[in-house]
Design a protein around this ligand. Sequence first.
Ligand SMILES: O=c1ccn([C@@H]2O[C@H](COP(=O)(O)O)[C@@H](O)[C@H]2O)c(=O)[nH]1
Length: 498
Amino acid sequence: MLNEEKLQQLALKLFEIDAFKFGDFKMKVGINSPVYFDLRVIVSHPDVMDTLTDLLNEFIADKKLSQAGGHLCGVPYTALPLATLVSIKGNKPMLIRRKEAKKYGTKKLIEGKFNADDTCLIIEDVVTSGSSILETVEDLRSEGLVVTDAIVVVDREQGGAKNTEERGVRMHSLYTLSYLLKVLLEAKRIEESTVKAVAKYIEACQIRSDGSFMHGNGTKVVNELTRVGMTFEARADLAKCPLAKDLFKLIATKKTTLCLAADLATSEEILNIAEAAGPYICILKTHVDIVSDFSEQFVRSLQSLAKKHNFLLLEDRKFADIGNTVAQQYGGGLYRIAEWADLVTVHSLPGQGILKGLKATISDKPATLRGVFLLAEMSTQGALTDEKYATATMKIATEMESDFVAGIVCQGKDVVTSPGLLQLTPGVKLEEGVDTLGQLYDSPERVVKERGADICVVGRGILNSKTPSEMARVYRDRLWEAYLERVSGDKNGSEKNG
Ligand SMILES: O=c1ccn([C@@H]2O[C@H](COP(=O)(O)O)[C@@H](O)[C@H]2O)c(=O)[nH]1
């Protein structure tokens, strides 16, 4: 019998290293899925590879699939390193299937030494319809090998087992998606609503052996885990960055998504606006290099107002240099930003090194929660941030230092695909339009419902008002109302699952 505790620990570890995640993912089969597996990441975690290999070998022995003289073959390419380790640790000979036969030399489809009628056990990482397993089976069988069984790490339970069975291959899965959901729920890593949404989706979306979809009971395939359709409470569970988790909760309890851009020239003006607008905001955003009388005392006063009114401090520094330089800019200089700003903004332009540099600055203060917002798009006319740039930024946010990235600064609803990340959107004003220097503005309702903003940045819309405190309340109310309409799928808002 497999060690249940080891299985559960590995399931939690796989979730932790992003080998699977929940959200809204475009699948190659053309529909969106609320769960996404990418077991390619495990090669960067030798401890995970090691444990998984041991479990697979135990599983093979348990299922009595270890025939004498039998071979192993991993489905190319993700399962190849796994099959190699299982072969070495379990002392079973391996075969390699080429995806295309060599155009020169032996033109072999299958590499390795075997005889016709030898048996071969398939190893695969994740199975949806089972088509990749069946392609490999076909090639092995065409060389005379006997294939009757396949071992898979995860079965998404969308028809793979039935489809392979129809072609004479029994599928044995170490994990089913339902089992993974159960383990995560019990460990309080996800909410009941996530489990229900995924289960509903899987039931409604089964794939036949010919690749066509079969929607259970004729129901429409709906992904309820789209970021813009989910509540902040539910999304808190999916955040990988601890500070983002806290921010989601702060927003949900304080009922505000307003970030005030305190672009003012003196510390007194900033402290006054922080006191006046404090009850209505979730974040106060600064540009400290604007402040003419910056001092440590100013920072301490700002921090105590943040505590009093329960908001976070975001320094909109827009770091954009190499890792070594930003590390010094973040921790040192006149402003010592890392010491007081909960959050900072960062350009993704230099690549992942910038996150590593910033993170290195706070690595000696593990108890201090810090996070960043990565800039994917800007709010100005003629901004050079195009779709490709935004997509690449999102990739950095989800694949690198994800415990440090709280969200994305962007303008459009389709950039932030992961519900665990927050969309921060500047360019918000009651009157839509453009300023004399190309800053573009949209109304609170449009920014939230059509552009998918979670947190909205408002500067001059509040600062230039005769009654900034009252105006902050107006923005807070309109933004919150728009958010409520968005998650309830109100007809006046955008489509809930659009
Ligand atoms: O794309 C971006 C990124 C950041 N900002 C900042 O937001 C505020 C907007 O102030 P308003 O007075 O509401 O225009 C400001 O601090 C910018 O530096 C942005 O506008 N666009």
